[in-house]
Design a protein around this ligand. Structure first.
Ligand code: NAD
Ligand code: MG
Length: 389
């Protein structure tokens, strides 16, 4: 029996994990599940998986969640502190599938318990990569990547010497606007940006896929997780979303990971690691698929990639500023306050401004400094919005 906790259980990744665990109830002892507004889902899953505790991050929803779980014997908690508290309860395997920088503290807390953290929350690696990796090392914890590209790279590296890696290529579908006339992008609506050609994901990451901020985050994620030199990391547009990443070695070999666009693969790989489980994902019929296509991303269509590359080179606390500015710009786009292309304009201005005056590169990468830069970048993003003109 493996004891497991899922942070962000009610989200897109979280629900895929719940699905995998619900198929084998005798194999898992569910310590805790967390969610946000959707307490009906949270309560239903807590009952279904026989969880010991259910936690919503919204303190004001405590009573409602408590009512939903009355008589079940399932403990109820609410608020950010309760989420972080859950991360201290022993679990062999913890999935961090919270969206945004809010995943950082629960992830760090879970790592300090010295067990296994399956990490979907890419924002914590972008924001605090060195801190996260150091915390894992200090406590003898294992981090397993749960982003399809990074799981793919991880799998391609099994049994290999990282010193023999020449390059890492992560693929991108190109998102909702890969074929739009560039002139139309400024007027793209929220609904248009929220539909993905291949993947079924949460709204925020879907919009980040349309802008390629998601791929930009994944560049930084690759550097931080695998410790790979930024110059060795590439992005290729691959419309079919079947090849998730390729690793190139010094002998010229490229090892590709191919699979259906289904997050249950990356989650399931991390859940069964170091073994391989039997996962309920589609088996590809390659003859039917026939062709796979690859092209270089267009830097004019996807300015987020260059911004992320610069941040990846800059290092230090620039990832924290980048992520927070991006999160704030995304909030503003979702709220209808800015246009689609304004997101990249805002993030670019925040990085320019903060790298010039706020010591992004030289400050110590501590949790306090990261949180301070995160808060400041959100303020700078609002200032940048007012000056968009
Ligand atoms: P989602 O929006 O569908 O779900 C997010 C989850 O986090 C929900 O359970 C929500 O209640 C919870 N949450 C939101 N704000 C919170 C807060 N402040 N504190 C605590 N919990 C909070 O998101 P998603 O698409 O499942 O993505 C989750 C993470 O996985 C993100 O970091 C995303 O980048 C990454 N990821 C997602 C996919 C995907 O297929 N959706 C693929 C790769 C990586
Ligand atoms: Mg991904």
């Amino acid at each position: 029996m493996k004891s497991v906790t899922i942070f962000g259980a009610t989200g897109s990744v979280g629900q895929s994990a719940v699905d995998l665990i619900a198929r084998h109830p005798d194999d898992y002892d569910v310590v805790g599940l967390t969610g946000g507004q959707n307490i009906t889902q949270l309560a239903a899953d807590a009952v279904r998986l026989n969880a010991k505790v259910a936690v919503t991050c919204h303190a004001h929803l405590f009573n409602d969640l408590n009512d939903l779980l009355a008589g079940t014997g399932i403990e109820v908690a609410a608020g950010d502190a309760a989420i972080a508290e859950l991360a201290k309860r022993p679990a062999d395997w913890t999935l961090s599938a919270i969206i945004g920088a809010a995943g950082l503290v629960p992830g760090l807390t879970a790592l300090a318990q010295g067990k296994t953290l399956a990490l979907a929350n890419k924002e914590s690696l972008v924001t605090a990569g060195p801190l996260l990796m150091d915390t894992a090392r200090q406590h003898g914890a294992t981090i397993l990547p749960v982003d399809s590209e990074h799981s793919a790279v991880f799998q391609a590296l099994v049994g290999e010497d990282i010193a023999a890696v020449e390059r890492v290529i992560i693929t991108a579908s190109g998102g909702a606007f890969r074929d739009w006339p560039i002139a139309d992008l400024a007027n793209a609506s929220l609904a248009e940006a929220s539909s993905h050609p291949n993947w079924d994901m949460g709204q925020r990451i879907t919009i980040d896929s349309a802008s390629m901020f998601n791929k930009g985050m994944e560049l930084i994620e690759t550097k931080e997780f695998f410790g790979i030199n930024p110059a060795m990391i590439e992005v290729l547009v691959h419309r079919e979303s079947l090849v998730h990443a390729l690793v190139g070695f010094t002998d010229g070999a490229l090892m590709a990971h191919v699979g259906p666009p289904d997050m249950r693969h990356a989650i399931g790989y991390a859940l069964h690691w170091p073994d391989r489980g039997n996962l309920p994902v589609e088996r590809l019929d390659l003859a039917k698929i026939g062709k796979l296509s690859f092209e270089n991303p267009d830097p004019v269509r996807f300015p987020a990639l260059q911004i992320a590359s610069d941040v990846m080179e800059m290092g230090g606390l620039s990832g924290a500023a980048f992520n927070a500015a991006k999160e704030r710009a995304l909030d503003l786009f979702i709220a209808g306050q800015i246009g689609f292309l304004d997101m990249a304009r805002i993030v670019s201005r925040v990085i320019d401004k903060m790298s010039a005056s706020d010591g992004l590169q030289n400050a110590q990468i501590s949790l306090d400094n990261i949180l301070e830069i995160d808060a400041l970048a959100r303020v700078r993003a609002d200032e940048a919005m007012k000056n968009l003109g």
